[in-house]
Design a protein around this ligand. Structure first.
Ligand code: SF4
Length: 322
């Protein structure tokens, strides 16, 4: 097949759009989607200046998504002095997995000349994921603990580094999986939180002031395209998957979604279009009901929570008690 734009050999065919693209036009199309998302989400406010720049903390795991995000952002804004970028890696303590991806993070940060910080569960929470999996006091999948700890540390350190925005490398597949999981679990509050965590909702929400606004500029790009871009641009990445990924509910949803997309191209895009609208409606409804307005400081660690002690501290306490 040939590229629709220039007639050169195509490296990809996107069934959801029908497009055949060569290497040059494929890479351009990925970069365009990321830059469009940055523009549409208003990530650089009008009042950002070289004297008073925006600080973006980028979650850098060393996997294909986060290295592609950091690389495209650096290409686009690396010389723009209205933006300062800091890469933040969270080390969970999973033997044979995170050490290798940390190498990819360090290589990329050095290539891009980007400030790079590493935070470990061992230092910050006093446990490594390998111990958590062994003890498993709540009888849950590894990711249920790990996700809570990672979110907490990303938020804490983004705040500590004075971040105006916290950017993560979630791709279209990740987002569509989360949407489906929330539907299937009947978790409307989580659906509303998707909107509350999105950048646009921070403009008029005083109750969200305690949090660093989050953004996901890769969320219009399917996972396979991120992987292809990473390969074609030769960006250092650790491609192996976490050994606990397949145990999770998300692993099942991933397979289901893959099959749906194969049979009905465009499914991920349509899920997300509907989900964003529903999420905004659900967030409005919870706001009317006063939900989320009574956040307080966790009695143990001081982070914002709707309970006396936050979820992370309750989990740590349960692990320590085993
Ligand atoms: Fe943590 Fe699960 Fe991700 Fe592994 S797959 S790093 S356990 S959230």
């Amino acid at each position: 097949m040939n590229c629709d734009k220039c007639g050169a050999d195509a490296v990809t065919h996107a069934a959801y759009s029908g497009a055949h693209l060569c290497e040059t036009h494929f890479c351009e199309s990925v970069e365009k989607r990321v830059r469009r998302r940055v523009r549409e989400d208003d990530l650089i406010p009008d009042d950002a200046t070289t004297e008073d720049p925006e600080t973006w903390v980028i979650g850098l795991s060393g996997g294909k998504d986060s290295v592609v995000l950091a690389s495209i952002l650096d290409d686009t804004f690396g010389v723009d002095r209205r933006v300062e970028m800091i890469a933040l890696t969270i080390h969970e303590g999973i033997e044979g997995y995170r050490d290798e991806s940390l190498d990819a993070c360090e290589e990329l940060a050095a290539d891009l000349d980007m400030r790079h910080e590493v935070v470990t569960y061992a230092d910050e929470i006093g446990v490594e994921m390998d111990d958590v999996v062994e003890k498993d006091p709540e009888n849950m999948a590894a990711c249920a603990y790990c996700g809570v700890f990672r979110r907490d540390l990303l938020e804490t350190y983004a705040d500590e580094f004075g971040a105006d925005k916290l950017l993560t490398g979630h791709n279209l597949d990740d987002e569509a999986q989360t949407a489906l999981m929330n539907f299937l679990e009947g978790d409307v509050q989580q659906v509303a939180k998707h909107f509350d965590a999105s950048i646009g909702s921070f403009d008029d929400r005083e109750d969200l002031e305690a949090f660093v606004p989050r953004a996901k500029p890769l969320r219009d790009v399917p996972e396979k395209e991120v992987a292809l871009y990473c390969h074609l641009r030769d960006i250092p990445a650790h491609m192996a998957e976490c050994p606990h990924a397949e145990e999770s509910y998300r692993g099942e949803i991933k397979e289901l979604l893959h099959e749906l997309e194969e049979n009905h191209p465009g499914t991920r895009h349509s899920i997300m279009a509907g989900y964003e609208e529903l999420s905004a409606l659900a967030a409005d409804r919870y706001r009317e009901d006063g939900e989320g307005a009574d956040l307080q400081e966790c009695a143990e660690c001081g982070s914002k929570t709707s309970r006396e002690v936050c979820r992370k501290c309750r989990l740590v306490e349960a692990i320590e008690a085993v």
